[in-house]
Write a protein that binds this ligand. Structure first.
Ligand SMILES: CC(C)(COP(=O)(O)OP(=O)(O)OC[C@H]1O[C@@H](n2cnc3c(N)ncnc32)[C@H](O)[C@@H]1OP(=O)(O)O)[C@@H](O)C(=O)NCCC(=O)NCCS
Length: 191
C-alpha cells in the first residue's frame, strides 16, 4: 500500500486536500459517483456495467492509482486509472486513425484515466485539475489517455486546452454514448 498527501490548499472558501493512493473505498466512491451523475443515472453509460463494478475493476487493476479529493475531510471526488497492459481492449473499435501505432500497447506506454469526477457543489475550484496533476506527476508512462462522452463538450474542450489530442472515437461498452478518445504525452510539463 502507498499513499501520500499531495497537496492541501485553501482555494477560495474551500479547505481542500488531495491524496494519491493505491487503496480506495469503492463503496464511498460509488456514492459520490451517484451524486455526480444523479441526473443521468438512467443512461446505459451509468448502469451497464454499474459504477460500482467499474470502480472495482479499476481499483483492482495492476498498477492502479487514484488521486482523491477531500473538502473539510469529506471525500468529494477522484481522478483514477491504471496502466494499459499490452492485451488491453481499451482501443477496441476506435474509429479510423492515421497513426498505425496509436493502439499498440507495451509495458510503460499508457496510463489510462478511467474515472474523473467531483461533486457539483465543489467544482470550478481547480480540484479536478489538481487531482489530475498530482496523479500524473507520479506516473512514469509515456502518455495518458482518457475517454469523454461526445456530449460532454465542456470537458473535452478543457482537456484540449491543456494539450490533449482528440485521436478518434469509440463506444466504450455496448449501448453507451459515443466517446472521444483523448491522448497527451507525459510528463505533463513536456509541452
Ligand atoms: C470534469 C470535472 C471532474 C472537473 O472538476 P473540477 O474540480 O470542476 O475541475 P477544475 O476546477 O480543476 O476545472 C478546470 C477545467 O479543467 C477541466 N478538467 C479538470 N480536470 C479534468 C479531468 N480529470 N477530466 C476532464 N476535465 C477536467 C474542467 O472541466 C474545467 O474546465 P472548465 O473550467 O472549462 O469547465 C467535473 O466537472 C465533473 O465531475 N464533471 C462530471 C463528470 C465528468 O464529466 N467527468 C469527466 C469524464 S472524463
Amino acid at each position: 500500500m502507498s499513499s501520500s498527501v499531495a497537496a492541501t490548499e485553501a482555494s477560495g472558501s474551500l479547505d481542500s486536500s488531495t491524496v494519491v493512493t493505491d487503496q480506495v473505498d469503492v463503496e464511498a466512491l460509488a456514492e459520490v459517483y451517484r451524486r455526480v451523475h444523479a441526473n443521468d443515472l438512467h443512461l446505459v453509460d451509468h448502469q451497464v456495467p454499474t459504477a460500482r463494478e467499474r470502480l472495482r475493476w479499476t481499483a483492482e487493476a495492476a498498477g492502479f492509482e487514484a488521486a482523491l479529493g477531500y473538502v473539510d475531510g469529506r471525500l468529494v471526488g477522484t481522478v483514477m486509472g491504471c496502466p494499459l497492459p499490452p492485451e488491453t481492449l481499451w482501443w477496441r473499435d476506435l474509429t479510423a486513425t492515421d497513426d498505425p501505432d496509436l493502439a499498440v500497447e507495451w509495458a510503460g506506454r499508457t496510463f489510462a484515466v478511467c474515472e474523473a469526477f467531483v461533486l457539483p457543489e465543489f467544482r470550478r475550484h481547480r480540484l479536478g485539475l489538481r487531482m489530475t496533476t498530482d496523479l500524473l506527476a507520479r506516473r512514469r508512462e509515456e502518455r495518458v489517455a482518457l475517454a469523454v462522452a461526445e456530449t460532454n463538450t465542456r470537458v473535452w474542450h478543457a482537456l484540449q486546452r491543456v494539450g490533449f489530442d482528440h485521436v478518434g472515437d469509440l463506444v466504450p461498452f455496448p449501448g453507451w454514448r459515443p466517446h472521444r478518445m483523448l491522448v497527451r504525452a507525459l510528463p505533463l510539463n513536456t509541452r
